[in-house]
Each structure stands twice: as structure tokens, then as C-alpha cells.
Design a protein around this ligand. Structure first.
Ligand code: 4GX
Length: 260
């Protein structure tokens, strides 16, 4: 996978390329990483990348010529790559989109600043528009790094076989189970006993239960459109029965008598 990021702040990418799994993936040639400074493709003496909007109003717009020059230079480096504009108007990024992008040969990310980029760039030179979520950033750089990060860890050989992407949150549509490490007792709180038992089948069952109940409590929307396996239904039914028992056996009150 070839990543190329087009930005007026190339230094923002330096530490991103230089750390952790991204760095290792570059060293092992699972991905290649390139940053192109849009300012290098300005056509005027003062290297201006933005201008005032036609029609008036506040804010600035990125000029089309430098962006077009940068996109064409990137396309030459990676002829089969798709160009992606980061913008709140794009398709909202998620794990499924990450999987799709991971299957492509190259991705060119166009990072806008200010109010955005000249519309004519979007029409002619952009293949996809992606949003990382419904909030407003000051530029597309952080969004590009998020997308690259999520895509990179899905590329075969980037994660070890041990912590393969298969086991993660979302690979099965559920949140991850709870995790514990040493010490066994921390500030009076113990690690669940089953995890110390060495009983792998019981541990897997506990982890599925942890996954399911965390998803139900924190992200019930994820369960809405997902089919449940037999085992998953049994686990949730057991919780439902336990909760019902508590509700039915609790004495009926007449409102809350506690004075505040
Ligand atoms: N997920 N922003 C881009 C400038 C801009 C606006 C329109 C192109 C077209 C964002 C997000 C995001 C703010 C990045 C506006 N560029 N990007 N920027 N949320 O909020 O990706």
C-alpha cells in the first residue's frame, strides 16, 4: 500500500510516520509513506495557497492550481492510487470502509485547510470524499492520519499473527472484552478469577459475555443490526432473566422518599 499525503503542513506527518506500528510497517515495506508539500506547487512568487472566496464572506479557500499540481505529482508517483479528500461532507469513515481502502493499491489524501478547497478540484481530481465524523477540524491532516492508521493495521503482515486484526473490536461487530494484566490485586480490586484458571474454554466464554454486555451497555446501536449466534442469545437471555428477577423481587415503592 502506497500512502501519499498532500498538505501545507508536512511536518504534522513526520512523527506519525516515525512511530510504532506505522514505522515498523514502513521499515518492513508493507506500506510506503510520502508527504507532499502543496506549497511546492504554488505558481506565484509569494507561494500563496489560499485566496478570498468569490461572492464574499469570511474565511479563505485553497487555490486550485497548487492542489492540482500536487495531486498530479502524486498520481505520477502512484498511478493506480485513488485520491481522497477529507471533509465533513464525505462518507463517514468506519471499519468497513477501512477494510475496503486496505484492499486498494494506493491512497492519495488531500488535506484542506481554511473553509475548504475550490469546488472545481473536487469535481475533476477527487475520487472519494471521506469524513472521520460529525465535528469540525482545522484541517484534514489529523483525519488523514486516522484513516491511514486504521487502514495500515489491516494490511496483511503489519500486525503479528498473535494480535491479528481478526480478533479486534468490530471484526465481529462487538466491542472488545475487558482486559487485565498484573498485578493480580490492584488497589483492592481483583482480576476475575476465571482468567487465572487456565481453562481456555471458560475464558473464551467469559470474554464473549464481557464483549456482549459491554456492547449492550455502551453501544446498543451496534447490536441493532447484527445477528446473534445461539450462544450469544443464551448469554443475553441469562442477563435479561437476572435483571428481571431483580426488578420483580424489589419491593414496590411510592416514589423516592429520599429528601435532597
Ligand atoms: N473529517 N475538516 C477539512 C477543510 C475542508 C472543508 C471542505 C475540504 C473541503 C474533517 C472531518 C474536518 C474541517 C477537514 C474542514 N477541506 N475532515 N477542513 N470531520 O472537519 O475529515
Amino acid at each position: 500500500m502506497k500512502f501519499i499525503v498532500l498538505t501545507i503542513f508536512p511536518d504534522m506527518l513526520n512523527s506519525f510516520w516515525a512511530h510504532g506500528i506505522i514505522r515498523r510497517a514502513i521499515e518492513r515495506r508493507k506500506i510506503s509513506a510520502e508527504t507532499i508539500n502543496v506549497r511546492d506547487y504554488t505558481t506565484d512568487r509569494h507561494k500563496v495557497t489560499d485566496d478570498r472566496p468569490y461572492g464574499g464572506g469570511s474565511g479563505m479557500v485553497m487555490k486550485p492550481e497548487p492542489l492540482a499540481g500536487a495531486i498530479r505529482a502524486a498520481s505520477k508517483l502512484a498511478p493506480s492510487a485513488k485520491t481522497i479528500l477529507l471533509t465533513p461532507q464525505g462518507r463517514v469513515f468506519n471499519q468497513n470502509l477501512a477494510r475496503k481502502l486496505a484492499s486498494w493499491k494506493g491512497l492519495i489524501f488531500v488535506c484542506g485547510r481554511y473553509e475548504g478547497v475550490d469546488e472545481r478540484i473536487c469535481h475533476d481530481l477527487i475520487d472519494y470524499e471521506i469524513s472521520t465524523g460529525d465535528y469540525v477540524l482545522t484541517g484534514g491532516e489529523l483525519a488523514a492520519m486516522m484513516v491511514i492508521d486504521a487502514v495500515t493495521r489491516l494490511i496483511p503482515g503489519v500486525l503479528g499473527a498473535e494480535d491479528s486484526a481478526e480478533k479486534d473490536s468490530f471484526s465481529n461487530g462487538l466491542l472488545e472484552h475487558a482486559h487485565y494484566t498484573r498485578p493480580q490485586s490492584y488497589e483492592g480490586k481483583e482480576v476475575p478469577e476465571v482468567l487465572l484458571s487456565g481453562h481456555h474454554q471458560e475464558i473464551e466464554k467469559w470474554r464473549l459475555e464481557s464483549s456482549l454486555i459491554r456492547t449492550f451497555l455502551k453501544r446498543p446501536d451496534l447490536l441493532q443490526h447484527r445477528e446473534l449466534s445461539e450462544q450469544e442469545r443464551d448469554i443475553l437471555k441469562k442477563w435479561a432473566r437476572d435483571i428481571e428477577e431483580i426488578v420483580l423481587s424489589s419491593p414496590k415503592g411510592h416514589g423516592n422518599r429520599i429528601k435532597y
